[in-house]
Design a protein around this ligand. Sequence first.
Ligand code: UDP
Length: 243
Amino acid sequence: MAASFAEGRPSRRILLKVSGEGFSREGETSLDTEQARLLAEQLKTLTHQGVEVACVIGGGNILRGGQAKQYGLARATADYMGMLATVINGLALCDALEAFGQPARVMSAIDVHKVCEPFIRRRAIRHLEKGRVVILVGGLGSPFFTTDTTAAQRGAELDCDLLMKLTMVDGVYDRDPKKHEDAVLFKDLTYEQVLQRQLRVMDQTAFAMCRENDLPIVVFNMHEPEGVVRVAQGERVGTLIQG
Ligand code: UDP
């Protein structure tokens, strides 16, 4: 079902993509559970407002497949390690949510049944309907993909009406804002404009999937106060991309 973002209209079900860097202090690697707690607080508020929340978790704070050479690893091995890294972050978020009294379930695309459930679409939807935050880990379960692609795929599969991508900058710019002081932030973009201008929003597979499924994307700064809650309420924050 095609979705659209309209200012002032709250979301019904969101897919939140949280990169591994959302689980570590700025500029650091490894895990900082305080970051998970800050996010968990917002997710609890959202579910209390009746918004269903599914999160796809990244693992880049621990390891990315792209670092295979650096570690002398085969690419596929490093990818599986990256997928396992997302499990670690996802468990930290689940723990933080439960500490706030917010029910949550971790569902994995790779088999780690001692620590979380397998991802089963119908079961995930059931959890969402019951007001549980669904934390999706293990990516798509296959090497050579990213958790951005996972977010796009699960967003479509779970019939979410919005994909939120948290980043370290305020949204999508015409140039890298970390290198160019005069970089211009876009407020609105269509999928076509992103392709024509060759803007980097997410990897190509992920972006193509959002476009094909009319899944609107909002890109905004993970340090934006109450950003996740505000966007889900229909407030314009960061950059909105839709058809
Ligand atoms: N990964 C994978 N298949 C997937 C999802 C992730 O192989 O379906 C691996 C890949 O190596 C990736 C790592 O897991 O680099 C961590 O995910 P990602 O880099 O997307 O995390 P983020 O950048 O969001 O922290």
